[in-house]
Ligand binder design. Sequence first.
Ligand SMILES: [Cu+2]
Length: 517
Amino acid sequence: MSLALAMQMSSPAPRASRAAPILDPKSLAPFVDPLPIPAVARSHGSRPSPTDPNLQLPYYRIEMRQIDLKLHRDVGQTRLWGYDSLVPGPTFETRAGNGLFVEWVNMLPRTHLLPIDHSLHGAEASKPDVRAVVHVHGAKAPPDSDGYPESWFEPGKSAVYFYPNSQEAAMLWYHDHAMGISRLNSIAGLSGLFFIRDELEDSLGLPGGKYEIPLVIYDRMLTAAGELFYPVSEKPDSPWVADFFGNVILVNGKVLPYLDVEPRKYRLRILNASNARLYRLSRSDGQRFHQIGSDQGLLEAPVELESVLLAPAERADLVIDFAAHRGEKISLRNDTVDVMQFRVLDIRTDDASSLPPKLRPITRIAEAAAVKTRMLSLAEYSDRAGESMLMLLNGTYWHMPVSERPVIDTVEIWSLINLTDDTHPIHLHLVRFQVLDRRRFDRFAYQTSGVLRYTGDAIPPEPNELGWKDTVRAEPHMVTRIIIRFEGFTGRYVWHCHNLEHEDNEMMRPYEVVSAG
Ligand SMILES: [Cu+2]
């Protein structure tokens, strides 16, 4: 992981910066904009439940629209695409077991904001430039409501999806998943949060209400005029680039915002919504904090940390205590770079919230429960000039026949054999899973003879990776093993790398949960 971080830190400046003057974030005054808190989505009436016609469920209608927004006090307006004209989109708030409908409406223009690579599979010039489909990341949703990448719809069209929310409390998020252009739709602004709450979480007395703060963190590149900039390769017919690392980091849609906080405990719900950037987040004062949850909800017990590492799509649920810091300014940092600032008010305040020593019991899935182990390679292919041109899962392209067909209600182990020099955040739709271990192996032996020979000991997951996950960092030159129970629905889903440049260039595969027998 340090390798991956080092690599992205040392990425060369984008070649295409010659084409447009790029905004230097160092020229911007830090901490002049208050941290925005995304508005909560409001339902538009109700519809009968698909499973119980006597039960009415909330019906939401969310329109994707082009909008101009200010990302920083001193930068001109930026043209963006937002759900309900917001970036991030409105936050869904619901409870476990309470189903809801969303009509996702594409009201975007017919011209894309960013350069499309028509040589990528699924993004051919014969297809409309502007296409959208929404996936709620981490949701146990029926296959026809999961946002299959090929189920995109054009401007003027919409899709009604049903989310049963029959799962434990967690911070999920929704984002675009359109085949071949999801990286561009993401940069344009199409993502938002989706909270599921439950009684166990309620009973813990964690900081709530205005003391629970969502932080959606992503990087962008802007022109000096404030418009989005997305780099292109030197090949006019295939402008795809292998990774996007912006030089401007935003939190809830603002560059370097600040938040006034009381001297007490806060719960921070952090999402890495970047295309490719990993963050190692810490406090500028070097003090520790507690992580209480990860992708799919609460950990078994709080984990005390100095920093937390988040790959794209990973979430961290933190409790941070400002009680001893009246009148201080503490920034949240990515390595040594400030991301935002907390200004601790010099006031007295009561704090009735708690940080319980036990959170949610988590039963480890026994390896012996697995009916199948799949060996799945992650590989990158370069052209003659050494430029990355393609990433594949298990050597297979998107369009090839489905090869992963787990049986419903069975357990499998997936061994992610990372042959590349990069961390790949691997996400499976529909399911939650547990991380078993990571282990070094002989890449040469694997690539020449297909033999998997371990060269190191199995490294157990970090304490903050022992909860339920839906995205795992497959580290470079390692085999990362996860254990998964396939439950909820049969049907077609996808698994993919959540580096969106990789996802858009074949690092995504369909999989199908099948009935027994
Ligand atoms: Cu990847």
